[in-house]
Structure formats: C-alpha cells, structure tokens
Design a protein around this ligand. Structure first.
Ligand SMILES: NC(=O)c1ccc[n+]([C@@H]2O[C@H](COP(=O)([O-])OP(=O)(O)OC[C@H]3O[C@@H](n4cnc5c(N)ncnc54)[C@H](O)[C@@H]3O)[C@@H](O)[C@H]2O)c1
Length: 85
C-alpha cells in the first residue's frame, strides 16, 4: 500500500509513519514548521520511504493519488495573506 502522510514529521504523524513503514511505501510531506527531521530520520535508509519538504498550500504540486493521512492542525493550513491585504 502507498501512503502519503502530511505532517508526518510531527509528534503524532511520526508515530503514524512508524506504524506504516517499512511494510508500506510511505511519503512524508511536511514543511517542518513544528515537525523535526529527527522524528523520521530512522526511516531515511528504507527503500520505500520518501520525505518531501513542502507546504500543504502547495499540495497540488505533489498531486497525491494515494491513501492520505493528515495530522497538521487546522490553523496551520489557512492561506497566508500578503501584508496590507
Ligand atoms: N500531540 C497531542 O497530544 C495531540 C492530542 C490531540 C490532538 N492533537 C492534534 O493532532 C494534530 C497534530 O498534533 P501534533 O502534536 O502531532 O503537532 P505537530 O506540530 O508535532 O505536528 C504537525 C506537523 O504538521 C506539519 N505542518 C504544519 N503545517 C503544515 C503545512 N501547512 N504544510 C505541511 N506541513 C505542515 C508540522 O511541521 C508538523 O510536522 C493537531 O491538530 C493537534 O491539535 C494532538
């Protein structure tokens, strides 16, 4: 099974990743705003593990067509507005 875990470098997300990898193909998509690479570093050497540093606001670029597990808090996904708007 292929999993796309947003917020996978966070506290809860990294536990989810630990349960899924290495038996599944896991892509962690995280902007590391509060998450830490060290939470998932022990998976870096696994063949079917991938880490992509990216923001959920750009999620369409990643175009996930897989099972998505998401953990970031709602406020972290609100669109950012340019100053003065
Ligand atoms: N930690 C707890 O005990 C607990 C308990 C109940 C509910 N929750 C809820 O679960 C969720 C996750 O909690 P957590 O403790 O794992 O938080 P966390 O901050 O450790 O994890 C959130 C992850 O999402 C990433 N992230 C945030 N905004 C992002 C964005 N725009 N694009 C990409 N990645 C982004 C962060 O870098 C981080 O890795 C929150 O909604 C929290 O309120 C947590």
């Amino acid at each position: 099974m292929e999993y796309f875990v947003t917020g996978g470098a966070g506290f809860i997300g990294s536990f989810v990743v630990d349960r899924l990898a290495p038996r599944n193909s896991v892509t962690v998509y995280d902007n590391l705003s509060t998450g830490k690479e060290e939470f998932i570093a022990h998976h870096f050497s696994e063949k079917y593990f991938r880490f992509v540093k990216g923001d959920l606001l750009d999620i369409r670029q990643a175009a996930p067509r897989r099972c998505v597990v998401t953990t970031p808090s709602a406020h972290s996904c609100k669109p950012r507005h340019k100053e003065g708007h």
